[in-house]
Design a protein around this ligand. Structure first.
Ligand SMILES: NC(=O)c1ccc[n+]([C@@H]2O[C@H](COP(=O)([O-])OP(=O)(O)OC[C@H]3O[C@@H](n4cnc5c(N)ncnc54)[C@H](O)[C@@H]3O)[C@@H](O)[C@H]2O)c1
Length: 287
Protein backbone atom coordinates (compact mmCIF):
# COMPACT_ATOMS: atom_id res chain seq x y z
CA UNK A 1 0.00 0.00 0.00
CA UNK A 2 1.34 3.38 -0.94
CA UNK A 3 0.00 6.48 0.80
CA UNK A 4 2.66 8.94 -0.36
CA UNK A 5 1.13 12.37 -1.10
CA UNK A 6 -2.11 11.33 0.61
CA UNK A 7 -3.59 13.53 3.34
CA UNK A 8 -5.59 11.59 5.93
CA UNK A 9 -7.64 12.71 8.92
CA UNK A 10 -8.05 10.14 11.69
CA UNK A 11 -10.67 11.07 14.28
CA UNK A 12 -10.14 9.49 17.67
CA UNK A 13 -6.62 9.09 16.31
CA UNK A 14 -4.63 9.35 19.54
CA UNK A 15 -5.70 6.09 21.23
CA UNK A 16 -6.78 2.55 20.45
CA UNK A 17 -7.77 1.62 16.92
CA UNK A 18 -7.45 5.23 15.68
CA UNK A 19 -3.85 5.50 16.89
CA UNK A 20 -2.99 2.22 15.12
CA UNK A 21 -4.64 3.40 11.88
CA UNK A 22 -2.85 6.77 12.05
CA UNK A 23 0.49 5.01 12.52
CA UNK A 24 -0.22 2.37 9.85
CA UNK A 25 -1.06 5.07 7.27
CA UNK A 26 2.00 7.10 8.30
CA UNK A 27 4.21 4.00 8.02
CA UNK A 28 3.13 3.80 4.37
CA UNK A 29 3.89 7.45 3.68
CA UNK A 30 0.65 9.30 4.48
CA UNK A 31 0.49 12.73 6.06
CA UNK A 32 -1.82 12.26 9.02
CA UNK A 33 -3.98 14.72 10.94
CA UNK A 34 -4.61 13.21 14.37
CA UNK A 35 -7.85 14.44 15.95
CA UNK A 36 -8.82 13.82 19.57
CA UNK A 37 -10.39 15.22 22.70
CA UNK A 38 -8.53 17.52 25.09
CA UNK A 39 -7.37 14.72 27.39
CA UNK A 40 -6.21 12.44 24.56
CA UNK A 41 -2.44 12.15 23.92
CA UNK A 42 -2.72 13.89 20.54
CA UNK A 43 0.63 15.74 20.67
CA UNK A 44 2.42 12.60 21.84
CA UNK A 45 1.09 10.49 18.97
CA UNK A 46 1.99 13.19 16.44
CA UNK A 47 5.54 13.29 17.81
CA UNK A 48 5.83 9.48 17.70
CA UNK A 49 4.65 9.43 14.08
CA UNK A 50 7.17 12.08 13.08
CA UNK A 51 10.01 10.30 14.90
CA UNK A 52 9.16 6.72 13.92
CA UNK A 53 8.15 7.20 10.29
CA UNK A 54 9.71 10.53 9.35
CA UNK A 55 6.42 11.68 7.88
CA UNK A 56 4.51 14.90 8.31
CA UNK A 57 1.80 14.80 10.98
CA UNK A 58 -0.37 17.36 12.67
CA UNK A 59 -2.53 17.24 15.78
CA UNK A 60 -5.90 18.86 16.42
CA UNK A 61 -7.65 18.87 19.78
CA UNK A 62 -11.30 19.07 18.83
CA UNK A 63 -14.61 17.69 20.00
CA UNK A 64 -16.03 16.81 16.61
CA UNK A 65 -19.44 16.14 18.18
CA UNK A 66 -19.71 19.96 18.08
CA UNK A 67 -20.52 21.25 14.60
CA UNK A 68 -18.10 24.19 14.68
CA UNK A 69 -15.19 22.02 15.86
CA UNK A 70 -15.86 19.37 13.20
CA UNK A 71 -15.90 22.09 10.54
CA UNK A 72 -12.74 23.68 11.96
CA UNK A 73 -11.04 20.27 11.69
CA UNK A 74 -11.61 20.13 7.93
CA UNK A 75 -10.79 23.82 7.48
CA UNK A 76 -7.51 23.56 9.40
CA UNK A 77 -6.49 20.50 7.34
CA UNK A 78 -7.18 22.27 4.06
CA UNK A 79 -5.39 25.43 5.20
CA UNK A 80 -2.32 23.41 6.17
CA UNK A 81 -2.15 20.77 3.40
CA UNK A 82 -4.45 22.07 0.64
CA UNK A 83 -6.51 18.88 0.24
CA UNK A 84 -8.07 15.85 1.92
CA UNK A 85 -7.82 12.32 0.50
CA UNK A 86 -8.89 10.07 3.37
CA UNK A 87 -11.25 10.49 6.32
CA UNK A 88 -10.95 7.76 8.94
CA UNK A 89 -14.13 8.51 10.88
CA UNK A 90 -13.34 6.52 13.97
CA UNK A 91 -14.09 8.64 17.06
CA UNK A 92 -16.64 6.96 19.30
CA UNK A 93 -17.39 5.90 22.84
CA UNK A 94 -19.12 3.15 24.79
CA UNK A 95 -19.76 5.15 27.96
CA UNK A 96 -21.90 2.94 30.18
CA UNK A 97 -22.86 -0.73 30.56
CA UNK A 98 -26.44 -0.91 31.80
CA UNK A 99 -29.79 -2.27 30.67
CA UNK A 100 -31.87 0.33 28.82
CA UNK A 101 -34.19 0.57 31.86
CA UNK A 102 -31.31 1.95 33.92
CA UNK A 103 -29.31 3.82 31.28
CA UNK A 104 -28.54 7.41 32.33
CA UNK A 105 -29.63 10.52 30.41
CA UNK A 106 -26.21 12.01 30.79
CA UNK A 107 -24.36 9.09 29.15
CA UNK A 108 -27.03 8.77 26.45
CA UNK A 109 -26.50 12.42 25.45
CA UNK A 110 -22.75 11.94 25.52
CA UNK A 111 -23.12 8.88 23.28
CA UNK A 112 -25.28 10.74 20.75
CA UNK A 113 -22.68 13.49 20.59
CA UNK A 114 -19.63 11.24 20.27
CA UNK A 115 -21.03 8.49 18.03
CA UNK A 116 -23.68 10.15 15.88
CA UNK A 117 -23.32 13.94 15.78
CA UNK A 118 -19.57 13.55 15.31
CA UNK A 119 -20.02 11.23 12.30
CA UNK A 120 -22.59 13.51 10.70
CA UNK A 121 -20.74 16.81 11.21
CA UNK A 122 -17.28 15.63 10.17
CA UNK A 123 -18.66 13.75 7.16
CA UNK A 124 -20.76 16.67 5.93
CA UNK A 125 -17.80 19.03 6.21
CA UNK A 126 -15.42 16.56 4.51
CA UNK A 127 -17.53 15.63 1.47
CA UNK A 128 -16.82 18.72 -0.69
CA UNK A 129 -13.08 18.17 -0.19
CA UNK A 130 -13.28 14.40 -0.83
CA UNK A 131 -15.17 15.04 -4.06
CA UNK A 132 -12.25 17.16 -5.28
CA UNK A 133 -9.69 14.38 -4.64
CA UNK A 134 -12.05 11.45 -5.34
CA UNK A 135 -11.10 10.34 -1.88
CA UNK A 136 -12.63 7.96 0.60
CA UNK A 137 -14.13 7.47 4.04
CA UNK A 138 -13.54 4.51 6.31
CA UNK A 139 -15.81 4.64 9.37
CA UNK A 140 -15.81 2.66 12.58
CA UNK A 141 -19.02 0.70 12.97
CA UNK A 142 -19.21 -2.37 15.17
CA UNK A 143 -20.27 -5.98 15.33
CA UNK A 144 -22.48 -4.68 18.15
CA UNK A 145 -24.44 -2.71 15.54
CA UNK A 146 -24.97 -5.89 13.52
CA UNK A 147 -26.01 -8.32 16.21
CA UNK A 148 -26.82 -6.14 19.24
CA UNK A 149 -24.98 -5.88 22.56
CA UNK A 150 -26.91 -6.39 25.80
CA UNK A 151 -26.38 -3.65 28.40
CA UNK A 152 -25.06 -1.48 25.62
CA UNK A 153 -28.17 -1.14 23.47
CA UNK A 154 -27.69 2.59 22.89
CA UNK A 155 -24.14 1.97 21.75
CA UNK A 156 -25.23 -0.86 19.45
CA UNK A 157 -28.02 1.36 18.10
CA UNK A 158 -25.62 4.22 17.42
CA UNK A 159 -23.39 1.87 15.45
CA UNK A 160 -26.34 0.54 13.45
CA UNK A 161 -27.09 4.19 12.62
CA UNK A 162 -23.54 4.60 11.35
CA UNK A 163 -23.92 1.50 9.18
CA UNK A 164 -27.08 2.84 7.53
CA UNK A 165 -25.70 6.35 7.21
CA UNK A 166 -22.47 5.24 5.56
CA UNK A 167 -24.14 2.75 3.20
CA UNK A 168 -26.48 5.50 2.01
CA UNK A 169 -23.58 7.88 1.61
CA UNK A 170 -21.68 5.32 -0.47
CA UNK A 171 -24.53 5.33 -2.96
CA UNK A 172 -24.91 9.13 -2.91
CA UNK A 173 -21.22 9.84 -3.39
CA UNK A 174 -20.14 6.89 -5.53
CA UNK A 175 -20.86 8.75 -8.79
CA UNK A 176 -18.61 11.57 -7.52
CA UNK A 177 -15.76 9.09 -7.07
CA UNK A 178 -15.91 9.03 -3.26
CA UNK A 179 -15.74 5.55 -1.76
CA UNK A 180 -17.33 4.89 1.65
CA UNK A 181 -16.79 1.79 3.75
CA UNK A 182 -17.45 0.73 7.33
CA UNK A 183 -15.24 -1.53 9.40
CA UNK A 184 -17.21 -3.42 12.04
CA UNK A 185 -14.66 -4.51 14.59
CA UNK A 186 -15.40 -7.31 16.98
CA UNK A 187 -13.64 -7.19 20.36
CA UNK A 188 -10.37 -5.33 19.92
CA UNK A 189 -7.92 -4.89 22.76
CA UNK A 190 -8.44 -1.24 23.72
CA UNK A 191 -9.69 0.67 26.77
CA UNK A 192 -13.22 0.05 25.49
CA UNK A 193 -12.92 -3.72 26.11
CA UNK A 194 -10.82 -3.65 29.30
CA UNK A 195 -12.71 -3.95 32.59
CA UNK A 196 -9.77 -2.45 34.49
CA UNK A 197 -9.80 0.86 32.64
CA UNK A 198 -13.05 1.08 30.64
CA UNK A 199 -16.81 1.04 31.30
CA UNK A 200 -17.12 -2.64 30.46
CA UNK A 201 -17.79 -4.95 33.46
CA UNK A 202 -15.64 -8.02 34.04
CA UNK A 203 -18.19 -10.63 32.89
CA UNK A 204 -18.73 -8.73 29.63
CA UNK A 205 -14.98 -8.48 29.15
CA UNK A 206 -14.69 -12.25 29.59
CA UNK A 207 -17.50 -12.73 27.09
CA UNK A 208 -15.72 -10.47 24.57
CA UNK A 209 -12.49 -12.38 25.00
CA UNK A 210 -14.07 -15.80 24.68
CA UNK A 211 -16.48 -15.20 21.82
CA UNK A 212 -13.88 -15.17 19.08
CA UNK A 213 -12.61 -18.34 17.47
CA UNK A 214 -9.09 -17.44 18.58
CA UNK A 215 -10.07 -17.04 22.24
CA UNK A 216 -8.64 -13.53 22.38
CA UNK A 217 -9.42 -9.98 21.37
CA UNK A 218 -7.90 -8.62 18.17
CA UNK A 219 -5.03 -6.17 18.36
CA UNK A 220 -5.42 -2.61 17.20
CA UNK A 221 -2.81 -3.30 14.53
CA UNK A 222 -4.80 -6.24 13.16
CA UNK A 223 -7.77 -3.88 12.81
CA UNK A 224 -5.63 -1.06 11.38
CA UNK A 225 -4.26 -3.28 8.61
CA UNK A 226 -7.78 -3.60 7.24
CA UNK A 227 -8.71 0.08 7.62
CA UNK A 228 -5.57 0.93 5.68
CA UNK A 229 -6.40 -1.52 2.90
CA UNK A 230 -9.90 -0.05 2.52
CA UNK A 231 -8.41 3.45 2.40
CA UNK A 232 -5.84 2.48 -0.22
CA UNK A 233 -6.09 2.70 -3.99
CA UNK A 234 -5.95 -1.12 -4.06
CA UNK A 235 -9.54 -1.11 -2.76
CA UNK A 236 -10.76 0.96 -5.73
CA UNK A 237 -13.84 -1.25 -6.42
CA UNK A 238 -14.85 -1.61 -2.78
CA UNK A 239 -17.53 0.75 -1.52
CA UNK A 240 -20.76 0.61 0.47
CA UNK A 241 -19.61 -2.36 2.51
CA UNK A 242 -19.85 -3.33 6.17
CA UNK A 243 -16.69 -5.35 6.77
CA UNK A 244 -16.16 -7.36 9.93
CA UNK A 245 -12.75 -7.72 11.57
CA UNK A 246 -13.81 -9.88 14.44
CA UNK A 247 -12.26 -13.34 14.79
CA UNK A 248 -15.70 -14.71 13.77
CA UNK A 249 -17.35 -13.04 16.78
CA UNK A 250 -20.44 -12.33 14.68
CA UNK A 251 -20.89 -16.06 14.09
CA UNK A 252 -20.59 -17.05 17.73
CA UNK A 253 -23.06 -16.53 20.50
CA UNK A 254 -22.32 -16.30 24.20
CA UNK A 255 -23.89 -18.22 27.07
CA UNK A 256 -26.68 -15.65 27.67
CA UNK A 257 -29.16 -18.52 28.13
CA UNK A 258 -27.37 -19.50 31.32
CA UNK A 259 -28.69 -16.30 32.89
CA UNK A 260 -32.36 -16.99 32.00
CA UNK A 261 -34.86 -17.38 34.82
CA UNK A 262 -35.61 -21.05 35.59
CA UNK A 263 -39.26 -20.90 34.43
CA UNK A 264 -38.10 -19.71 31.02
CA UNK A 265 -35.93 -22.79 30.60
CA UNK A 266 -38.99 -25.09 30.71
CA UNK A 267 -40.31 -26.10 27.29
CA UNK A 268 -43.91 -24.94 26.71
CA UNK A 269 -46.64 -27.60 26.39
CA UNK A 270 -47.14 -28.80 22.82
CA UNK A 271 -50.68 -28.01 21.58
CA UNK A 272 -50.47 -29.16 17.96
CA UNK A 273 -50.39 -32.78 16.84
CA UNK A 274 -46.70 -32.82 15.93
CA UNK A 275 -45.80 -36.46 15.40
CA UNK A 276 -42.42 -35.72 13.94
CA UNK A 277 -41.15 -33.26 16.48
CA UNK A 278 -37.92 -34.21 18.20
CA UNK A 279 -38.35 -34.72 21.94
CA UNK A 280 -36.77 -31.65 23.53
CA UNK A 281 -34.65 -33.76 25.84
CA UNK A 282 -33.71 -36.40 23.25
CA UNK A 283 -29.97 -37.02 23.44
CA UNK A 284 -29.35 -39.17 20.34
CA UNK A 285 -27.37 -41.51 22.55
CA UNK A 286 -25.00 -38.74 23.55
CA UNK A 287 -25.25 -37.60 27.13
N1 LIG B 1 -12.40 -1.74 20.80
C1 LIG B 1 -13.37 -2.47 20.28
O1 LIG B 1 -13.51 -3.66 20.61
C2 LIG B 1 -14.32 -1.88 19.28
C3 LIG B 1 -15.25 -2.74 18.70
C4 LIG B 1 -16.15 -2.23 17.77
C5 LIG B 1 -16.09 -0.89 17.41
N2 LIG B 1 -15.17 -0.08 17.99
C6 LIG B 1 -15.18 1.33 17.56
O2 LIG B 1 -13.89 1.72 17.17
C7 LIG B 1 -13.69 3.10 17.44
C8 LIG B 1 -12.41 3.28 18.25
O3 LIG B 1 -12.59 2.67 19.52
P1 LIG B 1 -11.37 2.20 20.44
O4 LIG B 1 -11.69 0.86 20.92
O5 LIG B 1 -10.09 2.45 19.75
O6 LIG B 1 -11.57 3.15 21.70
P2 LIG B 1 -10.77 4.41 22.21
O7 LIG B 1 -11.53 4.93 23.37
O8 LIG B 1 -9.33 4.06 22.43
O9 LIG B 1 -10.83 5.42 20.97
C9 LIG B 1 -11.84 6.32 20.72
C10 LIG B 1 -11.22 7.69 20.59
O10 LIG B 1 -12.18 8.61 20.11
C11 LIG B 1 -12.02 9.82 20.83
N3 LIG B 1 -13.27 10.58 20.79
C12 LIG B 1 -14.47 10.21 21.35
N4 LIG B 1 -15.38 11.16 21.14
C13 LIG B 1 -14.78 12.14 20.43
C14 LIG B 1 -15.19 13.39 19.91
N5 LIG B 1 -16.46 13.84 20.10
N6 LIG B 1 -14.30 14.16 19.24
C15 LIG B 1 -13.03 13.72 19.06
N7 LIG B 1 -12.57 12.54 19.52
C16 LIG B 1 -13.43 11.77 20.20
C17 LIG B 1 -11.69 9.34 22.23
O11 LIG B 1 -11.18 10.35 23.05
C18 LIG B 1 -10.70 8.22 21.93
O12 LIG B 1 -9.41 8.72 21.76
C19 LIG B 1 -14.95 3.57 18.18
O13 LIG B 1 -15.82 4.20 17.25
C20 LIG B 1 -15.55 2.28 18.68
O14 LIG B 1 -16.94 2.38 18.85
C21 LIG B 1 -14.28 -0.54 18.92
Amino acid sequence: MDFKNKIAIVTGGATGIGEAVAKKLASQGATVVVVGLADDPVAEVVKEIQEDYGTEAFGLTKNIGHKNEAEETIKATIEKYGKLDILISNAGIMPEFNPVADFSDEKFDFLLEANIRSMFYITRAAIPELRKTQGCIVASGSVAGLKGLPESASYAGSKAWIHGFMKSLAVEEGPNGVRVNVVCPGPINTEMTQAEVGAVPEDAETMMRTTTVFGRRGTTEEAANFYAFLASDEASFITGGLHVVDGANLLLSGPTGKQAKENLKQYPKVKLNLKHEVEPERTYGVS
